[in-house]
Design a protein around this ligand. Structure first.
Ligand code: BGC
Length: 409
């Protein structure tokens, strides 16, 4: 018996998000931005909206016991305060399809895309945005809560706000010039608008972040009112900012971690039953190493998921890896990335961090936001012209990990 085993009941699987895989969503801010030529069109994407059963068959055949997906707000609430029962019925079918395959659902209520009525009226800058968001979350949980125990309110508040209000690469395309100089993520710079004048994007960014924290907290309370037993989490994107021994670099890393991770977490952690970690980035101030890069040009640093888990561990809530993975078109590095990443998770558990599951990003190749369909994150390759699915070799390495519930060397 290999000693690097995970706790009994540890769950394994992969994640997707509605707009990135479903196809056919035209009434949200991203679809509008595509019509305006500011981001690539998404179209039918993977047509997962119609093919979810076959996709879940693949997930099951790969040993997955859990699956994370998101609800498309614009489908459920196409007009403010008006609910679309057909959309709810669809997501109930999706949940049933997971249950019959023995796969536990993890539902995200909002993953970046906004209904047009909400984006046209100011999105999270609306003074009543927290209430509007909470009403939507509570409605969905009241309709789906009997089929799912675990809901996350939102995915990566800081990524949404920084790409949309500082970098100008995502709707609503506000750009603050100075952020160009500190870009460490590749979020589709070719679509950026002209820089906005003055500090208005920065002011608006901080306001939006505050509103997102309020929205999460309100949604938590509203969900608990309709379904007290539901486990409610927040999905946090953590960038690990590390430093060499230089005190100035150490200070920079502290400030960066505070602004990217802890400022938000301090506002919301009391309204979390658990926390999802999305891990993609490790960066060190004063680093002289030449890192191998993923297809996104991100440092190949899977084992540093350990540091990210320790950072969230301080909030003393159960954690789960809600996303972690890489773009790797020829699948030459994915198996190594996954095994090293899983070893990092195991190490964190050994050191006392309460991690309950691991969901690779992503089950399928999908729409990588402002970068379109070029980046391949999937365990399963999607040929977009025929929609044919092909399981990549690395998915079988992950399958072995899932089935044996242990680190594979
Ligand atoms: C997001 C996903 C995205 C992935 C890879 C995460 O930040 O939640 O939607 O596709 O990163 O960039």
């Amino acid at each position: 018996m290999n000693e690097k085993t995970f706790p009994e009941g540890f769950y394994w699987g992969a994640a997707t998000a509605s707009y990135q895989v479903e196809g056919g969503i035209e009434n949200c801010d991203w679809a509008e931005a595509a019509r305006d030529g500011r981001v690539p069109p998404c179209g039918r994407a993977c047509d997962h909206y119609h093919r979810y059963e076959a996709d879940f068959d693949i997930a099951k055949s790969l040993g997955h016991t859990a699956h994370r997906f998101s609800i498309e707000w614009a489908r459920v609430e196409p007009e403010e305060g008006k609910w679309n029962e057909d959309a709810i019925e669809h997501y109930r079918d999706v949940l049933r399809a997971l249950h019959v395959r023995g796969i536990k659902p993890y539902v995200t209520l909002w993953h970046f895309t906004l209904p047009l009525w909400f984006s046209h009226t100011g999105a999270f800058e609306r003074s009543d945005a927290p209430e509007v968001f909470a009403r939507y979350c509570a409605y969905v949980v009241s309709k789906l809560g009997d089929l799912c125990e675990h809901f996350s309110t939102m995915n990566e508040a800081a990524v949404y706000a920084s790409n949309g209000y500082l970098r100008g690469s995502w709707p609503p395309f506000l750009r603050f010039t100075l952020t160009d100089k500190v870009a460490i993520t590749n979020s589709g710079r070719q679509y950026e608008a002209q820089p906005s004048r003055g500090f208005s994007p920065v002011r608006r960014y901080f306001f939006v972040m505050k509103q997102l924290a309020r929205a999460h907290n309100r949604a938590y309370d509203a969900i608990k009112r309709v379904s007290p037993q539901t486990e409610v989490s927040h999905v946090k994107h953590v960038i690990v900012f590390a430093a060499n021994r230089n005190p100035f670099n150490m200070l920079k890393a502290w400030v960066a971690n505070y602004f990217w991770t802890h400022r938000l977490m301090r506002r919301i952690h009391r309204h979390c039953d658990s926390i999802g970690l999305n891990y993609y980035f490790y960066t060190q101030f004063g680093d002289k190493r030449q890192w191998k890069k993923t297809d996104m040009d991100w440092n190949f640093a899977p084992e540093h998921i350990y540091d990210a888990l320790c950072m969230l561990g301080r909030y003393r809530k159960p954690l789960f890896v809600s996303e972690a993975g890489l773009a790797d078109e020829d699948d030459s590095d994915r198996a190594e990335y996954i095994t090293r990443q899983v070893a990092g998770v195991w190490r964190a558990i050994e050191d006392g961090v309460d991690v309950r599951g691991h969901l690779y990003w992503s089950l399928l190749d999908n729409y990588e936001w402002a970068l379109g369909f070029a980046k391949r994150f999937g365990l399963v390759e999607v040929k977009y012209d025929t929609l044919e699915r092909t399981v990549r070799p690395s998915a079988y390495v992950y399958k072995k990990i899932c089935e044996e519930n242990r680190v594979i060397e």
